[in-house]
Design a protein around this ligand. Structure first.
Ligand code: 5AD
Ligand code: SF4
Length: 468
């Protein structure tokens, strides 16, 4: 989940042409962390396309390099500083060739560290937090006169000011897309830095989300994943001034012609309301896959994590969700080695995993984040104990994932074809349960959905045949 991602490939179209016949400047964004950062990097690319920047395949030839950083777990800031060390050398090499390279740090490390980044890495031109992305062209102009740090939470709605993605850019990004509908978090889980780096919960208005979804669909997108740090707490205003929850939003988006599939991530169990559960029963567009982190199976640890629910609350909630949508595939996040976690607490986590039977799950060693209540707790768990527990948990999760995938063999399911597969003549598609399915079929099928019978199960993907 916390992979480093970089999306490359030129952004074509007139939007990023420079006035006159000047060559477009080159932009390289390196993205760390979650899907929300992937979405943000695309929106930064869109904002900079208007200022004459085209995407570059590598950092080596970029006039502007942006690190879009993540602060969720350990050593995030240190990783950024060592990457900046490498970029300093690159910047010096390019300077020797008479080329200038501007360097920006965006995302949650930028938000958390602010001025400190310029103090430790003076070659950085620009430090800006997630709420400033719409100001990027202006910030760049200012940065030409000296380093700029912009980490305020401005009152204006950045989404109103961010340019819509160019049609060509959306087409190049493919038939599945992310759409951020909610940002920030008010839950204050005691391990988590998000409420501090991303601020209070905010939801985009319904009409704004609908307009962006329509643009995506017009450019060929067939599946949209709605994003938010706590997406099921979504409460956007509609045109009449009424508040609409995530279920209402999903219902409205389901009416967009050509939008075949919807997903949402990440959710908190406390915000999984009856209406959203009902939407899973009601809507064919809402895919039967739910990322619903529980973090721990121990009530004592859940309390200390400030999750405000018990293990049993989570299991009962799941019963209701499965009653509404029996084939729903479950995913989650787990933290091992939270301060005070005993062997019995950890065993409770193993037990809840056994009971839930996850299709996939992410697990992490607890890492104390400066400024969070968890970091102040005295009974931190030794590193070797965390390592050993993580291994046991990951082995169990891997077994469950294999079991889930194996149970799909022989089943027929709709697959959305996304891109070329590994072999010639093969396409990679997505099952409703977010598995990659490799199928022999031709390129023209990208963006279409076919019924596919699963004929084999590989390590990271399934193999299938189109039902004729
Ligand atoms: N240490 C380890 N894992 C963490 N996560 C969030 N904060 C921490 C932390 N301090 C994990 C949680 C969350 C996921 C995105 O990252 O499991 O759901
Ligand atoms: Fe962090 Fe998620 Fe808890 Fe919010 S709900 S504080 S984002 S773990």
């Amino acid at each position: 989940m916390a992979d480093t991602q970089s999306r490359s490939g030129p952004v074509s179209g007139t939007d990023n042409a420079m006035p006159g016949d000047q060559e477009p400047k080159k932009l390289f964004i390196k993205t760390y962390g979650c899907q929300m950062n992937v979405y943000d990097s695309d929106r930064m690319t869109d904002a900079l396309a208007g200022a004459g920047y085209a995407m570059s395949e590598t950092a080596d030839e970029a006039d502007l390099i942006v690190l879009n950083t993540c602060h969720i777990r350990e050593k995030a800031a240190e990783k950024v500083y060592s990457e900046l060390g490498r970029l300093r050398i690159l910047q010096a090499q390019r300077a020797a060739e008479g080329k200038s390279t501007m360097i920006g740090v965006a995302g949650c490390v930028a938000q958390a560290e602010g001025e400190e980044i310029i103090a430790r890495a003076p070659m950085v031109d620009l430090v800006f937090g997630p709420q400033s992305y719409h100001r990027l062209p202006d910030l760049l102009t200012r940065a030409k006169a000296g380093p700029v740090v912009e980490t305020d939470f401005p009152a204006e709605d950045k989404f109103e000011h961010l340019p819509a993605p160019a049609r060509e850019a959306t087409i190049a990004r493919g038939v599945t897309a992310f759409l951020t509908v909610q940002e920030g978090c008010d839950k204050f889980c005691s391990f988590c830095v998000v409420p501090y780096t991303r601020g209070a919960e905010t939801s985009r208005p319904v009409a704004q989300v609908e307009a962006e979804a329509r643009q995506l669909v017009d450019a060929g997108v067939r599946e949209i994943t709605l994003l938010g740090q706590n997406v099921n707490a979504y409460h956007g205003l509609d045109g009449t001034g009424e508040t609409v929850g995530l279920a209402g939003l999903v219902r409205r988006l389901s009416e967009i012609e050509g939008l075949e599939r919807l997903r949402y991530t990440t959710s908190h169990p406390r915000d999984m309301d009856d209406d959203l559960i009902a939407a899973h029963a009601e809507l064919d567009t809402l895919m039967p896959y739910l990322h619903l982190p529980v973090q721990s199976g121990s009530d004592a640890i859940l309390k200390s994590m400030n999750r405000r629910h018990t293990a049993d609350d989570y299991l009962k909630l799941l019963e209701r969700i499965r009653a509404a949508r029996p084939d729903i595939a479950m995913s989650g996040d787990f933290i091992v080695g939270f301060p005070g976690e005993t062997e019995a607490d950890f065993e409770a986590t193993m037990q809840i995993v056994r009971e839930v039977r996850y299709a996939s799950a992410f697990s992490f060693k607890y890492s104390p984040r400066p400024g969070t209540p968890g970091a102040e707790l005295t009974d931190q768990v030794p590193e070797e104990v965390k390592n050993e527990r993580l291994q046991r948990l990951q082995a169990l999760i891997a077994d469950q994932q294999t079991a889930f995938n194996s149970a799909c063999e022989g089943r027929t399911m709709p697959v959305l074809f996304e891109k070329r597969g590994r072999e010639p003549g093969q396409l990679a598609g997505r099952s409703p349960y977010l598995q990659t399915v490799l199928v022999d079929t031709d390129l023209s099928q990208i963006g279409t959905i076919s019924q596919v019978t699963i004929t084999g199960v590989g390590k990271n993907s399934l193999f299938g045949k189109i039902v004729t």
